[in-house]
Design a protein around this ligand. Structure first.
Ligand code: GLA
Length: 695
C-alpha cells in the first residue's frame, strides 16, 4: 500500500485481476489496474495525480463510482437530490469487507449531510474473468432523497491511442448487428427507454485501444431486463470511462427516509485475445449462470411460420408427425392456440385453449404429440393483453396508463403493469396453472411491445414502474424454474428484444430474431455469439425464400447455420419432398452428435459474414474434438472454377504438434492454425460441417 492510500484490494479471476484502491482522502474508490494476472505490479495505467486546471481532481481520477460531487464535469454515476433540490451528495469511506478467496469485496461509503449510504459490491465468480458490480443504497437520513441518475458502476479502460468501441445495434428482424466506433474524444451512448432491453441496442459494449485491436479487450454488459444505458467517454488523457446501469426513462427515483434500493448488476469482462477472446469470457460466465441446466437443448420444431394464427389439432399433429420422423425432440405450438386468437388483434390475456381448434380437448392433443415421443412446448405472452379480451374487460386498470391520456397500442395490444402484486399473481398463476394442468416441457415466453405509458392507473405517484416490472418478471421466472425444473424457457421479445445477463441467468434459451433468412441470420448470429453462448442461441431452419432476405442458400446452409446453437425447424415441413426430409433427418442426426461440443466447447469465431471466410469453431473441453461450421458468404455463380482455390479457415486453440483427422484427411495443428482448414465452395455446396478428431 502506498502512503497516499488507505486501502488496496485485489479480486482475482481465472486469468484476470481487478485492483482498486482507496485514496487517503477516502471520498471514493479508484481503479488501480484491470487486466491479466500480475497487471497490478507496476504503476497504474489509469492513475492521474497531475494538475487539473478548470476541472476537479475527481474529473480526472479513475473513480469507480462517482457522484456529481466527485466528478462534477466529466460524468457522474450517481446524482442525488435532496428535498430542497440540492445536489452534490458526496461520500466518505466507512468500511471495507474483502474476501479474496471468495472473490468478493464490499466497500461502504456514507454521506454525512443526507445520511445516504452506498455499499459498492464486487464479485468475481470462480473460474471466470468477469467482475460483477452493483450498489446498495440506503437512505439513513430523515429526509427523502431523489435519484436523478442511478448508474451501477463505472469502468475505466486505458486507451492511450484512441478507443475502439464495439457494439451491437439493430431493429426488429435485424438484431445483433456488430459494429465498431473509433472514438477519439467525447462520448458514445447506447441504451433503451422501452422498459425492456429492446432491439435497438444490445446491453453490451467492448473497448479496445486503437493500436491493439487483437490484444487487451474489456467488455461491459448490463444485467437488467428494463431500460438501461451504457456510455463510453474518452477524456483528453486517453482514459475511457464506461458508465453502465439503469436509464431512468420515467424520471428520478424516490428514496424515502429509511428506504433501501439495490441497483442492478453490471458485469465487466477482460480478455487478452481481442473480441473473439472476450466472447469466450462471456460464454464461460453464461454457462456458469446456467448452472446444472447447461445441457444440450432438444431439437425443436416451432409451428409459427407454418401455420401462423391458423392453429388447430389437425394441422399441428400433421406437422408433429413429420417432425418426429425427422428426429425432432420438442414440438412447440406458437401463437394462435388460445381462445379468440385468430389474428394479432384479440385474445391476449385469455389463456384458455380454443375448443374450436382442439375439439377433443387440449389434453388429448398434447397426449398425441407426446405419444410421438416429443416433448410439448407452448408459446405465451402473459404480460400483454388485447383490448378485445375478457381480461381487459374485467381489469382495464391493470394496464400501464397515464390518467386522462389515450393508451398507445403497439401490435394492437396493451401492456400489463406487472409491478402490481395482483398482476404479478395473475401472470404467475396463468403460467403455473398451464404447467400444472397440461403436460408441457417447454415455454416460449414472448413480449411483443415496449412500455409506452409511464403511469399506473389510480396509483400513487411516482412509482418505479421499470424497477417493479423487472423485479416481478425475474421473481416469476425464478419461481417457475423452482417449481417446474424440467420445463425449458425460451425468452423472446418480438425476436431478440429481451436478451441481457439477468435473463441469461433465468431463461434457458433466447430467440434472437424473427429473421431466419440465411445470410441475414448469419450476421445476426455472428453478433449474438460475441455476447452470448451457443446454448442460448435458438435457431430454426425455415422455408426458402422466406419472408426476409431472399438470397438463395441450400438446405444444407440453413441447417448448418441453425446448428451453431440450438437447432430447430420452423418450416412448413408438410410440403417438404421426401429428399428434403431425408436430408433434414441426416442433419438432425449429425447435430445430435455434435451438440455436446456446441454446448460446452470453446468457441472461436473465424472471419465473419462480410468476409469470404466465415465459420464458427467449437473445441471440446478435452480438446480432442473440433467442430467447424462454415458458410459460403459470397455469390454462388463463380466458386469452383479456375483459378479459385479453397477458402482456408484458420483454426485456433489447437496443439501445433497434434494430428487432427477428418475422414481420410490428416492435418497437423500447425497447418490448421497457420494455413487453415480448406473448404471448397461450389454453387451447390455452400456450407459444411467438419468434425476433426485428435489422432
Ligand atoms: C413474435 C415472435 C415470433 C412469434 C410471434 C407470434 O413476433 O418473435 O417468433 O412467436 O410473435 O405472434
Amino acid at each position: 500500500m502506498s502512503g497516499a492510500e488507505h486501502g488496496r484490494w485485489t479480486l482475482r479471476g481465472a486469468h484476470t485481476e481487478y485492483t482498486v484502491t482507496l485514496p487517503a482522502h477516502g471520498r471514493w474508490l479508484e481503479l488501480h489496474a484491470w487486466g491479466p494476472h500480475g497487471v497490478g505490479e507496476g504503476p497504474s495505467p489509469v492513475a492521474y495525480d497531475g494538475p487539473v486546471p478548470f476541472l476537479t481532481a475527481g474529473d480526472a481520477a479513475p473513480v469507480e463510482y462517482a457522484t456529481d460531487a466527485d466528478r462534477p464535469f466529466t460524468g457522474a454515476d450517481l446524482v442525488v437530490e435532496t428535498e430542497s433540490g440540492n445536489r452534490r451528495v458526496g461520500f466518505g469511506f466507512v468500511e471495507a469487507a474483502h474476501d479474496p478467496d471468495g472473490g468478493a469485496l464490499a466497500v461502504t461509503f456514507a454521506d454525512p449531510v443526507t445520511g445516504l449510504r452506498a455499499v459498492l459490491r464486487y464479485a468475481v465468480p470462480a473460474g471466470t474473468d468477469v467482475v460483477r458490480r452493483w450498489v446498495e443504497l440506503t437512505n439513513t437520513g430523515t429526509g427523502p432523497l431523489r435519484l436523478v441518475r442511478a448508474g451501477s458502476a463505472g469502468f475505466c479502460v486505458p486507451t492511450p491511442h484512441g478507443a475502439l468501441l464495439s457494439h451491437q445495434w439493430g431493429q426488429w428482424a435485424q438484431e445483433f448487428q456488430l459494429d465498431h466506433v473509433d472514438l477519439g474524444h467525447g462520448a458514445f451512448t447506447i441504451g433503451s427507454s422501452q422498459g425492456v432491453p429492446g432491439h435497438l441496442h444490445v446491453p453490451w459494449l467492448a473497448v479496445r485501444d486503437r493500436a491493439e485491436p487483437d490484444g487487451s479487450t474489456w467488455g461491459v454488459s448490463v444485467a437488467w431486463t428494463g431500460s438501461w444505458e451504457i456510455t463510453a467517454e474518452r477524456d483528453t488523457g486517453g482514459l475511457t470511462r464506461v458508465r453502465a446501469g439503469r436509464r431512468l426513462a420515467d424520471g428520478p427515483l424516490e428514496l424515502p427516509a429509511g428506504a433501501e434500493l439495490t441497483l442492478p448488476e453490471v458485469a465487466g469482462a477482460y480478455s487478452t485475445d481481442g473480441l473473439d477472446g472476450l466472447a469466450r469470457v462471456w460464454h464461460r460466465y453464461q454457462r456458469l449462470l446456467a448452472g446444472e441446466r447447461l445441457t444440450p437443448r432438444p431439437v425443436l420444431y416451432n409451428s409459427w411460420e407454418a401455420t401462423y394464427f391458423d392453429v388447430d389439432a389437425d394441422s399441428q399433429l400433421a406437422l408433429a408427425r413429420i417432425a418426429a420422423d425427422l428426429g425432432v425432440e420438442t414440438f412447440v405450438v406458437d401463437d394462435g392456440w388460445f381462445l379468440g386468437r385468430v389474428d394479432d388483434t384479440t385474445g391476449l390475456g385469455d389463456w384458455t385453449p380454443d375448443p374450436a381448434g382442439f375439439p377433443d380437448g387440449f389434453d388429448a392433443f398434447i397426449a398425441e404429440v407426446r405419444g410421438l415421443g416429443l416433448r410439448f412446448g407452448l408459446w405465451v405472452e402473459p404480460e400483454c393483453v388485447s383490448p378485445r379480451s375478457r381480461l381487459y374487460a374485467e381489469h382495464p386498470d391493470w394496464v400501464y396508463a397515464v390518467e386522462g391520456r389515450p393508451l398507445t397500442p403497439i401490435r394492437n395490444q396493451y401492456l400489463l403493469d406487472l409491478g402490481r402484486p395482483e398482476v404479478a399473481e395473475f401472470v404467475h398463476g396463468t403460467i403455473d396453472g398451464l404447467l400444472r394442468r397440461y403436460d408441457i416441457g417447454y415455454l416460449k415466453w414472448d413480449f411483443n411491445r415496449p412500455r409506452t405509458e409511464p403511469g399506473r392507473a389510480g396509483g400513487e405517484k411516482p412509482v418505479d414502474l421499470d424497477g417493479a416490472h423487472v423485479a416481478n418478471l425475474h421473481r416469476i421466472y425464478e419461481r417457475l424454474r423452482r417449481d417446474h425444473p424440467e420445463v425449458l424457457i425460451e425468452s423472446c421479445a418480438g425476436g431478440g428484444g429481451r436478451t441481457d445477463l439477468a435473463m441469461a441467468a433465468r431463461a434457458d434459451i433466447f430467440w434472437p430474431s424473427d429473421n431466419t433468412a440465411p445470410l441475414d441470420r448469419l450476421a445476426i448470429q455472428h453478433g449474438f455469439l460475441h455476447a452470448n453462448a451457443p446454448h442460448l442461441l435458438s435457431s430454426w431452419v425455415t422455408d426458402a425464400p422466406g419472408i426476409f432476405d431472399p438470397r438463395p442458400r441450400s438446405l444444407a446452409f440453413r441447417f448448418v447455420l441453425a446448428m451453431a446453437g440450438v437447432l430447430g425447424i420452423g418450416a412448413d415441413i408438410r410440403h417438404w419432398t421426401p429428399e428434403q426430409r431425408a436430408e433434414a433427418a441426416g442433419w438432425i442426426a449429425r447435430y445430435k452428435e455434435i451438440r455436446e461440443v456446441v454446448t460446452h466447447g470453446e468457441v472461436h469465431l473465424v472471419g465473419g459474414p462480410d468476409q469470404a471466410r466465415c465459420a464458427v469453431q467449437y473445441t471440446s473441453p478435452d480438446r480432442r474434438t473440433v467442430v467447424v461450421l462454415a458458410w459460403h458468404t459470397g455469390r454462388s455463380d463463380g466458386p469452383g472454377l479456375l483459378p479459385s482455390r479453397p477458402v482456408r479457415l484458420p483454426l485456433r486453440g489447437l496443439d501445433a504438434d497434434g494430428t487432427y483427422r477428418h475422414g481420410d484427411r490428416r492435418y497437423s495443428g500447425a497447418h490448421l492454425t497457420a494455413v487453415g482448414l480448406p473448404v471448397g465452395w461450389t454453387p451447390t455446396h455452400d456450407a459444411d460441417l467438419v468434425v476433426l478428431h485428435r489422432a
